[in-house]
Design a protein around this ligand. Sequence first.
Ligand code: G6P
Length: 603
Amino acid sequence: MCGIVGIVAGRDVAPLLLESLKRLEYRGYDSAGMAVLRNGAIERVRAEGKIVRLEERLAQTQLPGHTGIAHTRWATHGRPSERNAHPIMTSRVALVHNGIIENFAELQAEQGSVAYESDTDTESVAQLLTQYLEQGKSIEEAMPLVMDRIRGAFALAILIAGRPDILVAARRGSPLAIGYGEGEMYVGSDALALVPFTNRLCYLEEDDWVILHRDRAEIYNQGRLVNREIVYSMLSGAITGKDGYRHFMMKEIAEQSVVLGDALASAIDPASRQVALPGLDIDWKNIPRISMIGCGTAYLAGAVAKYWFERLASLPVDTEIASEYRYRQGPVDPQALAIVISQSGETIDSLAALRYARGKGQRIVGLLNNPESTIARESDAVLPVHAGPEIGVASTKAFTAQLLALLILAIQAGRARGTINAATETALVSALIEVPAQIAALVQRREEFATLAHALRDSQHALYLGRGLSYPLALEGALKLKELSYIHAEGYPAGEMKHGPIALIDETMPVIVLAPEDEWLEKTLANIQEVRARSGRAICFTSAQGARRLGDGVEHIVMPDVHPWVSPLLYAVPIQLVAYEAAVARGTDVDQPRNLAKSVTVE
Ligand code: G6P
């Protein structure tokens, strides 16, 4: 989703801004732009589409200047176009924005006859600031007034015409970091955008606004100059590459065996085959229930974990879609533990749900892939999932790493609560130890999934079915297929098929069934027969034994034998491979599917 960056330096900043924008590319966007101050005048270049289009424009129109801002835009108000790309300009300012200005219509109405150059909500802020500057107010006077008047979520970076020595930035709701360099200063949406230049960062707090000079940052909040702690980012400045893969997504699917192997090594004792999760102090015995909160794939990781916590630890779990949780205003048990799951740690709905849960007195554990994120900073405890940078918009390795962390946590909870014995724990840990190699072997069989996906490429719709732990995984399978290949797909509990989706079944509708060797297999096999009886096309992922019981005419892929309670870690992989290969077969943009964003920083 929108990414912003700004630099004030003693050298030309356009190449630096471009480098930084490329590092924000993973967040998902539809247009990009840049502006610099040249002899005090603002000059700008924008382009619809990918950053390479902006780069092409920049090759034709040089932008020399020592102070500049740049943006990747994910459209909220106003369609994706060059006209609506940021920076938004007036006679006085150029401004880039991440977030949504909720009262833009009201502000625009108040501005009367002012002609807008775009259809964006952002322009209302640029025009408001311009108005104050034209009334003769200084920046120090105008910015607090602007902050008072605008509602919604924003991270802003602003150039002021005639002031090539400074850059102004502000935040509320959306994250913003300041980077401290040697004689130059930076501002950006996340640490990744800034670490090529500096590891000395400071994260602005709610309602902070700042004037950046080449050698310092003056940070203001509620009319006062404030100090914010400078932290050292551990992130690498090196660009993450595809390592020879055609897409980041395939690279990230293939990385899962190593990611899970490393994560396991730090969470279990291989000799005793017991979990050994260091540094997380949770009083499992006295927790009455868990609120498992997230969005998208992260939410579905929590939905799988519900089965684990309820069965292994006898702990009731409420799975909460973050954007619903806080607005539903249902009764919240303050003693319950809130587990907020997020790859990026920046998803605004998850962050807002975290704050809501905290407001209700819940303790927050952040299960995060980015431990330098806003959700990490606002959690009481952080459980990092250690998946490494995930660039493909559709989550893959972060999902399985989340699953692994949640299963380990559930085992730990079960042991603490006395609901599983040592033998069960040993059996689960022993099964987990097999998973990395099993995933590596599955990835080697990529061709089988490509063949299957090829056969799906002309389908309009598909159904994913599963029972028990495989039900939330079926939801994830459908989500992956639709977001990557644009084939409409639905996930359903297999037993629920007869209450609706069965009406859709005919020979054109692929029904993909997840049927590991578990306590629900018998019933799932019966559901497959119901599909077959209606001339439906069933495709089953199951064990060798399950495959023997399928009967004739059911396409299937034989999966490795796996402990039933560990199966989601393994069955996640074929659903990723099928979605990936279907997307490749249909020629869609695998790493950045249309309209989607990786880091969703608007509600
Ligand atoms: C977006 C991404 C998904 C992700 C979801 C939640 O929709 O495309 O892959 O699951 O956001 O993101 P988070 O960073 O909070 O896990």
